[in-house]
Design a protein around this ligand. Structure first.
Ligand code: IVH
Length: 678
């Protein structure tokens, strides 16, 4: 009996801890424990429940994936209709909206608006009864949607049980289910590895994942949710403003947009829209505009609705990202790994405010599937920071002399044979590093901002360096002299000096950046980080077997094979040795398997004031040791690193009793935490 009670209590504690960690991670974006620790708690709960099935509760985190695949979704009737929004495409249309709102309310002062990004996913209704998630439903036609409860339960960001207290007996929350960009890319990579269908964009991937009949499939999809409104509410009043309602939802454990802001008047809206437009490409998810809502609920009620949309809200959309133009020619470009990509040269056209004159056709399968020919009129699309692409052609506009696209037999750059492996969609130049195009691309990748971040080493300059045989691989960059550089086109003595200095500085890097910079096939930034964390050092990665590589999170058999092959090629070994001789260095750490955790795991640092070295550098060093570096001081901050002229953050840290380190103290802490390297 007493054992039972202890077991029951332990299961309860584990459930609470897991719910708390989910909340920290998804709602507050402030995880407190490493993933491995979370997994341990989860597995312990699973084991307990397996041994004592009577302990299982419906809201246990282990019960997110329940049941069996459905034959079809049930219909759900929305008691409060799920509306759509009116769109504004210009600042004038926004001004008109603001005027209309104030006229109707007879207000001559500025309105207060709440603003959030317009997420590009699909709308969801979540019904909580007495704090428990009862039902999740899609929007459907606004009145009738589909019951996707089983699938919604698998979205870790959505609480099965609300936190705290004071929630209405019935609370229906509305929000958007979407797939963050990184998750989308990883999903498509996984789909490709398994020869399964890939998704055209994150929106389609989110919709396809939520409308799966088998919840086990949905559970593997990286879905996220932000709540942005309310549906039916019974039993307890909410607050007087949209923004306070959202804050309440957040307290109850529901994820809301971290970008939510309360703004004053039309000017506030226009400034927010401009700022969001500028940040759009750097957000971790796709957005297609901004939604502005009259913040005071009483005003919303006074304004009411027109047909299917509220009068108190509007979506200001970013300019259209698709346009019609003509294919003038198709050329073939050779990439870093030799992949030969058909590229359409277009009659220049404005797409979302940017002139587009080239678009990728990806590969010959795509060319055939889309049936495009030179001379065709096509739709081009530009999404975020990705290369513009051709969406489809307009058959009715095809001229009689349109010519088919043919893959050449030889590389347009080096003349080597182009090969195409049966099972692969891509054709490749067989020239390897004999091919100047492949050499140029690998140096460009190496120097890129997210790789070695070499300031002042642009594409044109790299083209010249390779064409004039001043370098033939990335390691040669570090042997370039000011004189050699100053002789190049558009290179003055001063910029040559700066570049040599930038190269000198770039030698101090981190293992994950270096790994990413090497340009190993299928090794992106996230995989490079995983590998660095797993193995701790370059030699360990280079020596690892394919099986050992596959132990790394996110590394499947294909990536493991590419990494393994890369380090066995004599040319690559030579370049790495040359890079090390040139003085490239990074901190190495204990392998994860041996260390269990990194020395600063779970510690949050905040940096402030002027430090004697660039902040990003200090930040990376801390992160390499497992620390988290955030922007604002809270009671959860472990250390504030204060440089010269530290201001408000320092006073806040002192007020909260957070430990403050000066640079000397930081150096000592880093030295103590850094494992010795060989
Ligand atoms: S509010 C009654 N806020 O946009 C107003 N909608 O065109 C309800 N959407 O179906 C919508 N992000 O799926 C609102 N921050 C946001 C949104 C948002 C995306 C979607 C939503 C809706 C569509 C309306």
């Amino acid at each position: 009996m007493s054992l039972d009670q202890a077991t029951r209590a332990r299961a309860e504690t584990l459930r609470e801890q897991i719910a708390q960690h989910n909340y920290q991670y998804f709602v507050l974006d402030d995880p407190r424990i490493p993933d491995s620790e979370y997994d341990r708690l989860f597995r312990e709960l699973q084991a307990l429940e397996a041994a004592h099935p009577a302990l299982v509760t419906p809201d246990s985190p282990t019960q997110r994936v329940g049941g069996t695949p459905l034959g079809a979704f049930d219909e759900v009737v929305h008691r409060v209709p799920m509306l759509s929004l009116e769109n504004a495409l210009t600042a004038d249309a926004m001004a008109e909206f603001d005027r209309r709102v104030r006229r109707r309310l007879d207000r001559d002062t500025e309105m207060t608006y709440a603003a959030e990004p317009k997420l590009d996913g699909l709308a969801i209704s979540l019904r909580y009864q007495d704090g428990k998630l009862l039902q999740g439903a899609t929007r459907g036609d606004g009145t009738r949607g589909e019951d996707v409860t089983q699938n919604v339960r698998t979205i870790a960001a959505i609480p099965l049980q609300l936190r705290g207290r004071g929630w209405p007996r019935l609370l229906e929350v509305r929000g958007e289910v979407f797939m963050p960009k990184r998750g989308f890319e990883a999903l498509n990579r996984r789909q490709r590895e398994q020869d399964a269908k890939t998704f055209a964009n994150p929106r389609n991937a989110a919709a396809g994942s939520l409308r799966q009949l088998d919840p086990k499939v949905t559970a593997t999809r990286p879905l996220m949710t932000f709540c942005y409104g309310l549906g039916e509410v019974e039993g307890h009043p909410m607050t007087a403003t949209h923004s306070d309602n959202m804050a309440l939802l957040q307290d109850w454990g529901l994820p809301i947009s971290p970008e939510l802001q309360v703004l004053s008047g039309l000017d506030g809206c226009l400034a927010y829209f401009a700022a969001m437009g500028a940040r759009r490409d750097t957000l971790p998810y796709d957005i297609d505009g901004v939604v502005f809502k009259v913040n005071t609920i009483a005003d919303q009620e006074a304004l009411g609705f027109v047909s299917r949309a509220p009068r108190w809200a509007i979506a200001q959309k970013f300019p259209a990202q698709e346009a019609l133009t003509e294919i003038k020619a198709v050329e073939f470009q050779v990439g870093r790994t030799g992949a030969v990509t058909p590229v359409a040269r277009l009659k220049p056209v404005l797409v979302g405010g940017v002139t587009v004159s080239n678009a990728t056709l990806h590969n010959m399968d795509e060319v055939e599937r889309k049936d495009v020919r030179v001379g065709d009129t096509v739709y081009v699309r530009r999404a975020g920071d990705v290369i513009p692409e051709i969406v489809r052609m307009l058959p009715e506009r095809r001229p009689a002399d349109a010519t088919p696209v043919v893959m050449p037999a030889n590389c347009p750059v080096c003349g080597s044979a182009i090969e195409r492996i049966e099972s692969e969609a891509v054709a490749r130049c067989s020239g390897g590093l004999y091919c100047a195009a492949q050499r140029k691309e690998s140096v460009k990748h190496f120097a890129a901002r997210r790789a070695m971040d070499i300031d002042g080493l642009g594409e044109k300059l790299i083209d010249q360096l390779i064409d004039q045989a001043l370098i033939s691989d990335p390691a040669d960059l570090f042997g370039l002299s000011v004189d050699a550089l100053a002789g190049l086109q558009r290179m003055a003595q001063k910029s040559a000096h700066n570049l040599v200095a930038a190269l000198h500085d770039a030698r101090r890097t981190t293992l994950d950046r270096f790994l990413f910079a090497l340009g190993i096939r299928e090794v992106g930034e996230a995989t490079a980080q995983s590998l660095a964390r797993q193995f701790g050092g370059l030699d360990a990665i280079a020596a690892a077997t394919e099986e050992a590589l596959q132990e790394t999170p996110d590394v499947g058999p294909i990536v493991a094979r590419h990494v393994h092959t890369f380090f066995r090629q004599p040319h690559n070994q030579e370049v790495i040795a040359k890079l090390r001789d040139a003085g490239l260095e990074w901190a190495e750490t204990e392998p994860l398997a041996a260390a269990g955790q990194l020395p600063l795991s779970g510690k949050t640092f905040v940096l402030t004031g002027t430090l004697s070295e660039p902040r990003t550098q200090v930040k990376e060093r801390l992160q390499a040791l497992g620390a988290k570096v955030t922007g604002s001081v809270s009671k959860n901050t472990a250390y504030l690193v204060a440089g010269e002229e530290a201001g408000s953050k320092l006073s806040k840290a002192e007020a909260l009793g957070v430990a403050v380190l000066d640079e000397q103290a930081l150096r000592e802490l880093l030295a103590a935490a850094t494992p010795p390297t060989d």
